[in-house]
Design a protein around this ligand. Structure first.
Ligand code: FMN
Length: 217
């Protein structure tokens, strides 16, 4: 009887030790799996910056026939100072070369609240958290094609840093961008005289560098 009891007890202990061992090693495995999961999980990719601009070549206000648009020059100066990709908003239907004719087309687009199409698209717009947006002022507003861009891309959570060129150094567009680039935060914009981009580039460079410091870019 005593023998049977001892044998049963031994079996029980073996079972108990094996079970405990399994549990311990399982939980060790689980822990190591949890640790290696955390370790191997890739860090989210760092967010990037993009400079998006619309600018027109041809016959323009106060500057004659220009090969590189005023806003394009300003956008390039931002690119000299900021690590960023670039995207040009190129109209599918080019605007007239002639300044007067262009103003007429622009006016009718504005009156119709048109959304002219642009060529291509920004690949993986989600990867950017900061967007420099550069545009000329047309009829005291953004060119309608810039609204096309703002509405066709998801700006939620992005910071927009706008720059405009025009006949003066006035900045226009903060509220318009806020209303169309839904969910974005729009920082203080810079207004640059268009003809200075052609003839006073040192001055423009200084203005842009001072502004970049101010917006903490
Ligand atoms: C269609 C059109 C409308 C314009 N309307 C205005 C305006 O309302 N106010 C202004 O100050 N300048 C106006 N301008 C001047 C442009 O804003 C200025 O020349 C700008 O620097 C042009 O930039 P870009 O060369 O990059 O296209 C207009 C120019 C064009 C072509």
């Amino acid at each position: 009887m005593k023998k049977i009891f001892t044998a049963a007890l031994s079996l029980l202990m073996i079972f108990f030790l094996t079970a405990c061992g399994d549990t311990a090693s399982n939980s060790a495995q689980k822990n190591s799996a949890a640790t290696s999961d955390t370790a191997s999980k890739p860090a989210p990719p760092p967010k990037k910056t993009i400079i998006v601009y619309y600018s027109r070549t041809g016959d323009n206000y106060e500057v004659g026939n220009i090969a590189k648009g005023n806003t394009h020059i300003a956008a390039d100066i931002i690119a000299e100072n900021v690590d960023a990709d670039m995207f040009e908003i190129k109209p599918v239907e080019p605007y007239p070369f002639d300044y007067r004719e262009c103003t007429e087309v622009a006016k009718s687009e504005q009156d119709a609240n048109a959304r002219p199409a642009y060529v291509g698209k920004v690949e993986n717009f989600d990867q950017y958290d900061t967007v420099y947006l550069c545009y000329p002022i047309w009829w005291s507003d953004l060119p309608m094609i810039v609204y096309t861009f703002l509405e066709q891309n998801n700006f939620n959570g992005k910071t927009v840093i706008p720059l405009c060129t025009s006949a003066s150094e006035v900045f226009i567009g903060k509220e318009d961008i806020e209303n169309h680039a839904k969910g974005s935060k729009v920082l203080e914009g810079l207004g640059i005289r268009g003809k200075d981009c052609q003839y006073e580039q040192d001055k423009v460079r200084n203005m842009i560098q001072t502004w970049l410091k101010k917006v903490n870019a």
